[in-house]
Design a protein around this ligand. Structure first.
Ligand SMILES: Cc1cc2nc3c(=O)[nH]c(=O)nc-3n(C[C@H](O)[C@H](O)[C@H](O)COP(=O)(O)OP(=O)(O)OC[C@H]3O[C@@H](n4cnc5c(N)ncnc54)[C@H](O)[C@@H]3O)c2cc1C
Length: 395
């Protein structure tokens, strides 16, 4: 078996791994990208992807830098111009408008399949990247100066650096013995695409219910993508409802703000957990995206955090490459970890805190929550801060 050599091999060609491959390949770094699936076989004409992401302006800027944003826009993106948050207890609500921060939009909602397709199309045209699709990481051997990687018994490749972008159950993390901590929220996020009776007004609607938040994200073609978090048993119950009963329950849960709904396609549910890795790297291996952090989707930050990992890792690797240094030295990988760990842990703590604050039933906490929304809504300074935060870090 011949062994093809690369500078970087990436396991996982989701949004995060494929974005890293693009950034590195654009800078002249040779890359192998392997994925267990085959995103190129996903039917782009069939309905809508149940997995969507609210991308911050910071993430959008990364896609603009990679010159894939025009393709994504052509396939269909939806701007978020306003955000409306309200609680099931009390009357207070919080309304934030991107225009108040001088922006046209505070982010964009994009189906994950669109983002992945645009990135893979770009990689197909790159002379610095080879794609190994339908290929699982089978195992690897770490040598002093490189890693030998077995790709689904079909091929062996070698790389100076092996990157794990293989999601929350990362095989590379497990095979590397990198520890991780976390907890199961005993909740599920139900996702569905629906057509609302009233226009969504390019607004992200979020209502905090006793068991968790219901997010109604504006999607292309006037549709809505819902992420409805509840305790596992409640979600399982919603999944067994007839289409009519489900749409009725959804209209009730959203206080009919968008009128009645028509369900398009199927519903699905994802178990929710909080998880983080103790270390981001081991000898010649490094992790990014959900492989190192899985957060509650209540503020739609998981993919955005992963894309910030991409930017930081690419910066340190490209710098070492240009200086002719070892791109996988401990010094380089530690620099990446130092840049990202604080931000990632802070965001995870905020999401976990929000989850607990908005999931609490006690009257006092309900009062604090409701008054808090009202107070923030009355302060343009605080609203501006939240808006800046929602847009993501500026570089
Ligand atoms: C309901 C819900 C709503 C969400 N909404 C948002 C949102 O609005 N905004 C946001 O920023 N984030 C959101 N997220 C989080 C976001 O979906 C994830 O953070 C993001 O998809 C992580 O991307 P990733 O590329 O790291 O991992 P993944 O998307 O999990 O991709 C991992 C890839 O690795 C491949 N793979 C796995 N194992 C192997 C192997 N052994 N060999 C080869 N390939 C392998 C898989 O095929 C896959 O392509 C949401 C999550 C959920 C559950």
């Amino acid at each position: 078996m011949s062994t093809k050599q690369y500078q970087v091999a990436i396991v996982g060609g989701g949004m995060v791994g494929a974005a890293l491959a693009c950034l590195l390949a654009d800078s002249g770094v040779s890359v192998a990208l392997m994925d267990a699936g085959d995103p190129e076989r996903v039917d782009m004409e069939a309905g809508y992807d149940l997995r969507v992401s609210a991308l911050t302006l910071s993430s959008v800027n990364l896609f603009k830098t990679l010159a894939v944003w025009p393709q994504m826009s052509e396939m269909g993106v939806q701007s978020i111009e306003k955000m409306l948050v309200w609680d099931h207890a009390g009357n207070a609500e919080l309304e934030i408008d991107a225009a108040d921060a001088g922006e046209m939009a505070m982010g964009y909602v994009v189906e994950n399949r669109i983002t992945v397709r645009a990135l893979w199309q770009k990689l197909r045209g790159s002379e610095n990247c080879d794609i190994y699709k339908s290929s699982c990481l089978e195992g690897f051997k770490c040598l002093d100066d490189r890693v030998l990687i077995n790709v689904a018994a079909k091929a062996q490749i070698s790389a100076s650096l092996l990157v794990g972008a293989d999601g929350s159950n990362s095989v590379l993390r497990q095979l590397s013995g990198i520890g991780h901590y976390g907890w199961d929220y005993q909740q599920k996020a139900l996702v569905a695409t629906v057509r609302p009776e009233k226009p969504h007004l390019n607004t992200a609607w979020q209502r905090f219910l006793p068991e968790g938040p219901l997010a109604l994200l504006p999607l292309r073609d006037g549709l809505i993508s819902i992420v409805w978090t509840s305790n596992t048993a409640t979600t399982e119950g919603y999944l067994t409802l007839s289409e009519t009963a489900f749409c009725h329950a959804l209209a009730e849960a959203s206080e009919n703000r968008l009128g009645r709904f028509e369900l398009l396609g199927k519903t699905a549910a994802f178990p929710l957990k909080m998880q983080f890795s103790t270390d981001y790297s081991a000898q010649r291996r490094v992790l990014i995206g959900d492989a190192i952090h899985t957060v509650h989707p209540l503020a739609g930050q998981g993919a955005n955090l992963g894309l910030q990992d991409v930017i930081s890792l690419a910066e340190v690797v490209i710098e070492a490459h240009h200086k002719g240094r070892d791109i996988a030295s401990q010094q380089v990988l530690r620099r990446y970890e130092r840049r990202r760990k604080g931000d990632n842990l802070l965001m995870m703590a905020i999401m976990d805190g929000f989850k607990r604050l908005f999931g609490a039933d006690q009257a006092l906490i309900q009062w604090v929550r409701s008054s808090g929304l009202g107070l923030i809504n009355a302060s343009s300074l605080l609203k501006n801060q939240i808006c800046q935060y929602a847009m993501g870090p500026r570089r």
